[in-house]
Design a protein around this ligand. Structure first.
Ligand SMILES: NC(=O)c1ccc[n+]([C@@H]2O[C@H](COP(=O)([O-])OP(=O)(O)OC[C@H]3O[C@@H](n4cnc5c(N)ncnc54)[C@H](O)[C@@H]3O)[C@@H](O)[C@H]2O)c1
Length: 286
Protein backbone atom coordinates (compact mmCIF):
# COMPACT_ATOMS: atom_id res chain seq x y z
CA UNK A 1 0.00 0.00 0.00
CA UNK A 2 1.50 3.38 -0.98
CA UNK A 3 1.02 6.05 1.70
CA UNK A 4 -0.50 9.45 0.73
CA UNK A 5 2.75 11.14 1.79
CA UNK A 6 5.70 8.82 1.86
CA UNK A 7 7.83 9.51 4.91
CA UNK A 8 11.29 8.23 5.67
CA UNK A 9 11.01 6.75 9.14
CA UNK A 10 13.92 5.63 11.30
CA UNK A 11 13.02 3.08 13.98
CA UNK A 12 15.60 2.95 16.77
CA UNK A 13 15.41 -0.23 18.84
CA UNK A 14 14.07 -3.36 17.16
CA UNK A 15 12.85 -5.38 20.12
CA UNK A 16 9.29 -6.40 20.95
CA UNK A 17 7.87 -2.98 20.08
CA UNK A 18 10.27 -1.60 17.47
CA UNK A 19 9.96 -4.64 15.19
CA UNK A 20 6.16 -4.37 15.19
CA UNK A 21 6.27 -0.59 14.69
CA UNK A 22 8.62 -1.01 11.71
CA UNK A 23 6.09 -3.44 10.18
CA UNK A 24 3.24 -0.93 10.68
CA UNK A 25 5.12 1.78 8.75
CA UNK A 26 6.52 -0.63 6.14
CA UNK A 27 3.09 -2.09 5.37
CA UNK A 28 1.76 1.45 4.78
CA UNK A 29 4.39 2.07 2.11
CA UNK A 30 6.80 4.31 4.03
CA UNK A 31 10.56 4.02 3.68
CA UNK A 32 11.70 2.47 6.97
CA UNK A 33 15.28 2.41 8.30
CA UNK A 34 16.02 0.28 11.37
CA UNK A 35 18.84 0.47 13.91
CA UNK A 36 19.43 -1.69 16.99
CA UNK A 37 22.62 -2.20 19.02
CA UNK A 38 22.00 -5.88 18.24
CA UNK A 39 22.63 -6.00 14.47
CA UNK A 40 20.76 -9.30 14.19
CA UNK A 41 17.61 -7.80 15.74
CA UNK A 42 17.79 -4.87 13.30
CA UNK A 43 18.24 -7.23 10.35
CA UNK A 44 15.32 -9.46 11.41
CA UNK A 45 13.01 -6.49 12.02
CA UNK A 46 14.00 -4.90 8.70
CA UNK A 47 13.35 -8.15 6.82
CA UNK A 48 9.86 -8.48 8.36
CA UNK A 49 9.02 -4.84 7.50
CA UNK A 50 10.48 -4.45 4.00
CA UNK A 51 12.91 -1.99 5.61
CA UNK A 52 16.65 -1.40 5.53
CA UNK A 53 18.90 -2.24 8.49
CA UNK A 54 21.66 0.16 9.52
CA UNK A 55 24.67 -0.26 11.74
CA UNK A 56 24.66 3.15 13.42
CA UNK A 57 22.11 5.63 14.74
CA UNK A 58 23.62 8.28 12.47
CA UNK A 59 23.23 6.15 9.37
CA UNK A 60 19.67 5.12 10.27
CA UNK A 61 18.42 8.68 10.81
CA UNK A 62 20.07 10.14 7.71
CA UNK A 63 17.28 11.69 5.64
CA UNK A 64 14.57 10.61 8.08
CA UNK A 65 11.51 12.85 8.43
CA UNK A 66 10.29 10.99 11.53
CA UNK A 67 12.39 9.09 14.07
CA UNK A 68 10.57 6.53 16.19
CA UNK A 69 12.53 5.71 19.35
CA UNK A 70 11.75 2.25 20.77
CA UNK A 71 14.86 1.60 22.88
CA UNK A 72 14.72 0.22 26.46
CA UNK A 73 12.74 2.13 29.08
CA UNK A 74 15.75 3.84 30.71
CA UNK A 75 15.82 7.62 30.88
CA UNK A 76 19.59 8.08 30.48
CA UNK A 77 19.78 5.64 27.58
CA UNK A 78 16.91 7.35 25.77
CA UNK A 79 18.38 10.80 26.41
CA UNK A 80 21.74 9.77 24.96
CA UNK A 81 20.07 8.23 21.96
CA UNK A 82 17.94 11.34 21.35
CA UNK A 83 21.04 13.55 21.63
CA UNK A 84 22.71 11.48 18.91
CA UNK A 85 19.62 11.81 16.73
CA UNK A 86 19.61 15.59 17.21
CA UNK A 87 23.28 15.79 16.29
CA UNK A 88 22.83 13.72 13.14
CA UNK A 89 19.47 14.96 11.87
CA UNK A 90 18.42 18.58 12.34
CA UNK A 91 14.77 18.42 11.30
CA UNK A 92 12.97 15.11 11.91
CA UNK A 93 10.21 14.83 14.50
CA UNK A 94 11.49 12.58 17.29
CA UNK A 95 8.67 10.33 18.51
CA UNK A 96 9.32 8.20 21.59
CA UNK A 97 7.40 5.01 22.34
CA UNK A 98 8.05 5.37 26.07
CA UNK A 99 5.33 3.91 28.31
CA UNK A 100 6.16 5.79 31.47
CA UNK A 101 8.77 8.53 31.03
CA UNK A 102 7.32 12.04 30.95
CA UNK A 103 8.04 13.98 27.76
CA UNK A 104 9.53 16.90 29.72
CA UNK A 105 12.05 14.48 31.30
CA UNK A 106 13.02 13.17 27.86
CA UNK A 107 13.18 16.66 26.36
CA UNK A 108 15.14 18.17 29.27
CA UNK A 109 18.58 17.72 27.66
CA UNK A 110 17.50 18.40 24.10
CA UNK A 111 18.72 21.29 21.99
CA UNK A 112 15.23 21.65 20.53
CA UNK A 113 12.64 20.17 22.92
CA UNK A 114 9.91 21.16 20.45
CA UNK A 115 10.99 18.22 18.25
CA UNK A 116 9.88 15.64 20.81
CA UNK A 117 6.48 13.94 20.92
CA UNK A 118 5.37 10.62 22.39
CA UNK A 119 3.75 8.01 20.16
CA UNK A 120 2.75 5.23 22.53
CA UNK A 121 1.92 1.95 20.75
CA UNK A 122 0.46 -1.14 22.41
CA UNK A 123 1.91 -4.63 22.21
CA UNK A 124 1.66 -6.23 19.65
CA UNK A 125 2.22 -2.92 17.87
CA UNK A 126 1.11 -4.23 14.48
CA UNK A 127 -2.12 -5.67 15.93
CA UNK A 128 -3.57 -3.29 18.53
CA UNK A 129 -5.03 -0.25 16.72
CA UNK A 130 -4.49 2.34 19.48
CA UNK A 131 -1.55 4.74 19.57
CA UNK A 132 -1.61 7.54 22.16
CA UNK A 133 0.08 10.74 20.97
CA UNK A 134 1.33 12.92 23.83
CA UNK A 135 2.89 16.36 23.44
CA UNK A 136 5.65 17.66 25.67
CA UNK A 137 5.39 21.21 27.04
CA UNK A 138 7.17 22.58 23.93
CA UNK A 139 5.65 20.34 21.24
CA UNK A 140 3.74 22.39 18.65
CA UNK A 141 0.22 21.22 17.82
CA UNK A 142 1.25 20.83 14.19
CA UNK A 143 3.70 18.06 15.15
CA UNK A 144 0.98 16.25 17.10
CA UNK A 145 -1.35 16.62 14.11
CA UNK A 146 1.31 15.37 11.72
CA UNK A 147 2.01 12.25 13.80
CA UNK A 148 -1.74 11.61 14.16
CA UNK A 149 -2.18 11.86 10.37
CA UNK A 150 0.79 9.56 9.78
CA UNK A 151 -0.61 6.94 12.16
CA UNK A 152 -4.12 7.17 10.74
CA UNK A 153 -2.64 6.71 7.28
CA UNK A 154 -1.16 3.44 8.58
CA UNK A 155 -4.61 2.27 9.71
CA UNK A 156 -3.97 3.04 13.38
CA UNK A 157 -6.41 4.71 15.77
CA UNK A 158 -4.47 7.69 17.12
CA UNK A 159 -5.70 9.36 20.30
CA UNK A 160 -3.95 12.68 20.97
CA UNK A 161 -3.82 13.87 24.59
CA UNK A 162 -4.01 17.58 25.40
CA UNK A 163 -1.13 17.23 27.85
CA UNK A 164 1.10 14.69 29.56
CA UNK A 165 -0.15 12.69 32.55
CA UNK A 166 1.52 9.63 34.16
CA UNK A 167 0.41 6.46 32.34
CA UNK A 168 -1.39 8.47 29.62
CA UNK A 169 -5.01 7.26 29.21
CA UNK A 170 -5.00 3.53 28.65
CA UNK A 171 -2.42 2.50 31.24
CA UNK A 172 -4.14 4.67 33.87
CA UNK A 173 -7.46 2.95 33.20
CA UNK A 174 -5.74 -0.42 33.25
CA UNK A 175 -3.91 0.39 36.51
CA UNK A 176 -7.18 1.47 38.17
CA UNK A 177 -8.77 -1.86 37.25
CA UNK A 178 -5.71 -3.91 38.29
CA UNK A 179 -5.63 -2.15 41.66
CA UNK A 180 -9.21 -3.22 42.31
CA UNK A 181 -8.61 -6.73 40.92
CA UNK A 182 -5.81 -7.31 43.45
CA UNK A 183 -7.82 -5.65 46.22
CA UNK A 184 -10.68 -8.12 45.65
CA UNK A 185 -8.29 -11.08 45.83
CA UNK A 186 -6.55 -9.72 48.94
CA UNK A 187 -9.95 -9.27 50.61
CA UNK A 188 -10.73 -12.93 49.86
CA UNK A 189 -13.81 -12.00 47.81
CA UNK A 190 -12.65 -13.84 44.69
CA UNK A 191 -9.74 -15.81 43.24
CA UNK A 192 -7.60 -14.47 40.37
CA UNK A 193 -9.42 -16.91 38.04
CA UNK A 194 -12.81 -15.57 39.10
CA UNK A 195 -11.75 -11.94 38.64
CA UNK A 196 -10.38 -12.79 35.18
CA UNK A 197 -13.67 -14.49 34.25
CA UNK A 198 -15.69 -11.45 35.31
CA UNK A 199 -13.63 -9.47 32.80
CA UNK A 200 -13.41 -11.94 29.90
CA UNK A 201 -17.06 -13.05 30.12
CA UNK A 202 -18.56 -9.68 30.99
CA UNK A 203 -16.69 -6.42 30.86
CA UNK A 204 -14.14 -7.23 28.14
CA UNK A 205 -16.57 -8.05 25.28
CA UNK A 206 -18.53 -4.87 26.02
CA UNK A 207 -15.39 -2.77 26.12
CA UNK A 208 -14.33 -4.01 22.68
CA UNK A 209 -17.39 -2.17 21.35
CA UNK A 210 -18.02 0.74 23.74
CA UNK A 211 -15.87 2.69 26.20
CA UNK A 212 -16.87 3.69 29.73
CA UNK A 213 -18.69 6.88 28.76
CA UNK A 214 -20.76 5.16 26.08
CA UNK A 215 -21.51 2.27 28.47
CA UNK A 216 -22.69 4.78 31.11
CA UNK A 217 -24.87 6.56 28.54
CA UNK A 218 -26.39 3.24 27.44
CA UNK A 219 -27.06 2.12 31.01
CA UNK A 220 -28.43 5.47 32.24
CA UNK A 221 -26.51 8.14 34.13
CA UNK A 222 -28.97 7.94 37.05
CA UNK A 223 -28.05 4.28 37.45
CA UNK A 224 -24.35 5.12 37.34
CA UNK A 225 -24.75 7.93 39.88
CA UNK A 226 -26.17 5.33 42.30
CA UNK A 227 -23.51 2.74 41.47
CA UNK A 228 -20.63 5.17 41.97
CA UNK A 229 -22.12 6.49 45.25
CA UNK A 230 -22.57 2.94 46.51
CA UNK A 231 -19.27 1.43 45.39
CA UNK A 232 -16.61 4.17 45.38
CA UNK A 233 -16.26 4.31 49.20
CA UNK A 234 -15.26 0.63 49.40
CA UNK A 235 -12.78 0.55 46.49
CA UNK A 236 -9.14 -0.22 47.18
CA UNK A 237 -6.93 2.85 47.42
CA UNK A 238 -3.41 1.36 47.47
CA UNK A 239 -0.81 3.88 46.36
CA UNK A 240 1.97 1.34 45.69
CA UNK A 241 2.27 -2.23 44.40
CA UNK A 242 0.26 -4.47 46.75
CA UNK A 243 1.92 -7.31 48.70
CA UNK A 244 0.49 -10.04 46.46
CA UNK A 245 2.34 -8.47 43.51
CA UNK A 246 5.53 -7.41 45.29
CA UNK A 247 6.02 -10.80 47.00
CA UNK A 248 5.76 -12.71 43.73
CA UNK A 249 8.28 -10.43 42.06
CA UNK A 250 10.65 -10.95 45.03
CA UNK A 251 10.32 -14.75 44.57
CA UNK A 252 11.10 -14.48 40.83
CA UNK A 253 7.53 -15.41 39.85
CA UNK A 254 7.23 -13.00 36.93
CA UNK A 255 4.49 -14.63 34.87
CA UNK A 256 4.70 -16.54 31.56
CA UNK A 257 8.39 -15.74 31.12
CA UNK A 258 9.27 -17.70 34.29
CA UNK A 259 6.41 -20.21 34.11
CA UNK A 260 4.70 -18.88 37.25
CA UNK A 261 2.81 -15.67 37.93
CA UNK A 262 -0.47 -15.41 39.85
CA UNK A 263 -1.06 -18.83 38.24
CA UNK A 264 1.25 -21.27 36.42
CA UNK A 265 1.66 -20.10 32.80
CA UNK A 266 3.56 -21.85 30.06
CA UNK A 267 6.05 -19.78 28.06
CA UNK A 268 3.94 -20.07 24.90
CA UNK A 269 0.97 -18.37 26.59
CA UNK A 270 1.94 -14.89 25.36
CA UNK A 271 2.28 -16.03 21.74
CA UNK A 272 -1.08 -17.85 21.87
CA UNK A 273 -2.68 -14.74 23.34
CA UNK A 274 -1.21 -12.53 20.58
CA UNK A 275 -2.61 -14.84 17.87
CA UNK A 276 -6.09 -14.89 19.44
CA UNK A 277 -6.01 -11.10 19.87
CA UNK A 278 -5.15 -10.67 16.19
CA UNK A 279 -8.11 -12.84 15.19
CA UNK A 280 -10.45 -10.95 17.54
CA UNK A 281 -9.43 -7.49 16.27
CA UNK A 282 -9.76 -8.66 12.65
CA UNK A 283 -13.27 -9.93 13.42
CA UNK A 284 -14.24 -6.63 15.04
CA UNK A 285 -13.11 -4.46 12.13
CA UNK A 286 -16.04 -2.85 10.36
N1 LIG B 1 6.66 -4.17 25.65
C1 LIG B 1 5.55 -3.46 25.73
O1 LIG B 1 4.45 -4.00 25.98
C2 LIG B 1 5.57 -1.99 25.49
C3 LIG B 1 4.38 -1.33 25.15
C4 LIG B 1 4.40 0.05 24.86
C5 LIG B 1 5.59 0.74 24.93
N2 LIG B 1 6.75 0.07 25.29
C6 LIG B 1 8.00 0.86 25.31
O2 LIG B 1 8.72 0.59 24.12
C7 LIG B 1 10.12 0.72 24.37
C8 LIG B 1 10.81 -0.56 23.96
O3 LIG B 1 10.28 -1.63 24.70
P1 LIG B 1 10.37 -3.15 24.20
O4 LIG B 1 9.37 -3.90 25.00
O5 LIG B 1 10.34 -3.21 22.70
O6 LIG B 1 11.84 -3.51 24.73
P2 LIG B 1 12.85 -4.61 24.15
O7 LIG B 1 13.83 -4.84 25.22
O8 LIG B 1 12.10 -5.78 23.56
O9 LIG B 1 13.55 -3.85 22.92
C9 LIG B 1 14.47 -2.82 23.07
C10 LIG B 1 15.47 -2.94 21.94
O10 LIG B 1 16.34 -1.81 22.00
C11 LIG B 1 17.65 -2.25 21.71
N3 LIG B 1 18.58 -1.26 22.24
C12 LIG B 1 19.23 -1.22 23.45
N4 LIG B 1 19.97 -0.11 23.54
C13 LIG B 1 19.80 0.56 22.37
C14 LIG B 1 20.33 1.77 21.85
N5 LIG B 1 21.16 2.54 22.55
N6 LIG B 1 19.97 2.13 20.59
C15 LIG B 1 19.11 1.40 19.88
N7 LIG B 1 18.59 0.24 20.32
C16 LIG B 1 18.93 -0.16 21.54
C17 LIG B 1 17.75 -3.61 22.34
O11 LIG B 1 18.79 -4.38 21.74
C18 LIG B 1 16.35 -4.18 22.05
O12 LIG B 1 16.30 -4.88 20.83
C19 LIG B 1 10.25 1.07 25.85
O13 LIG B 1 10.32 2.46 25.99
C20 LIG B 1 8.95 0.54 26.44
O14 LIG B 1 8.56 1.21 27.62
C21 LIG B 1 6.77 -1.27 25.54
Amino acid sequence: MAAATTETIAVLGAGVMGAGIARVFGAAGHRVRVFDVRAQAAAAAAASAGASAHDSVEDAVAGATIVLEAAPERLELKRELIARVEAANATAIIASNTSSIAPDALAAGMREPARLVIAHFFNPADTVPLVEVVPGPATPQESVDRVVRLLEGCGKTAVPLAQQVEGFIANRLQAALYREAMHLVELGVATPEQVDLAVTAGLGPRWALAGPFEIMDLGGLDVWASVTDGVFPSLGDASAAPAMLRDRVARGELGAKTGQGFLPRDPEAAARFAARLRALIAALER
